[in-house]
Design a protein around this ligand. Structure first.
Ligand SMILES: [Fe+2]
Ligand SMILES: [Fe+2]
Length: 178
């Protein structure tokens, strides 16, 4: 057994080898490092006004998406889809917590409270694709605006994770028979 740490969300992973994606935030393998290589002060950054505004927008975006996915997961008529979107909800909540750390603000209290979703899986999955496209693009743009290396690293990594979620929506869509 080895101890790994995700450079993006900071969570520890115990296993015989590094996972292909962080199970907590979805970051790609290059972000998974030996636990000794993880600087404890990694999120103590001096941010610009532009970075702060982008982080605050990111927090709202992740809060909204996490709550949407918790609402989707609350539909137990299809447990495969419910469990998939529960995982997605937790990944988005992890992103929200990370952005809060970088912005130096407390986590929203309603982060795990289900929001609003339709009763129709296909309509929800379609909405999910639109949310993930918006998120992935916003983070790519925010990465371009950022000057701090850590902030750039996080926006870049999370942009790729949201793009992966669009792929996941495709799998879910077939599962739901949309
Ligand atoms: Fe992670
Ligand atoms: Fe996210």
């Amino acid at each position: 057994m080895k101890m790994y740490r995700c450079r993006i969300c900071g969570e520890t992973y115990l296993g015989s080898e590094a996972p292909s994606h962080c199970p907590f935030c979805g970051a790609h393998r290059e972000a998974i490092v030996d636990t000794t290589e993880y600087p404890e002060d990694i999120n103590q950054v001096d941010i610009t006004e532009i970075e702060r505004n982008d982080l605050l927008e990111a927090i709202e975006l992740e809060l909204s998406n996490a709550r949407f996915y918790f609402a989707m997961a609350a539909h137990k008529d299809d447990m495969k889809l419910s469990s998939t979107y529960k995982r997605l909800a937790k990944v988005e909540a992890e992103h929200c917590e990370l952005f809060c750390k970088l912005a130096g603000v407390p986590e929203p209290e309603d982060l795990t409270t289900p929001g609003e979703a339709s009763d129709d899986w296909c309509a929800n999955i379609e909405e999910s694709v639109a949310r993930e496209q918006r998120a992935s693009k916003f983070y790519a743009d925010a990465m371009g605006r950022a000057t701090n290396e850590r902030v750039k690293e996080v926006f870049g990594a999370v942009s790729l994770v949201e793009a992966d979620h669009i792929e996941l929506d495709g799998v879910a869509s077939r599962l739901a028979g949309c």
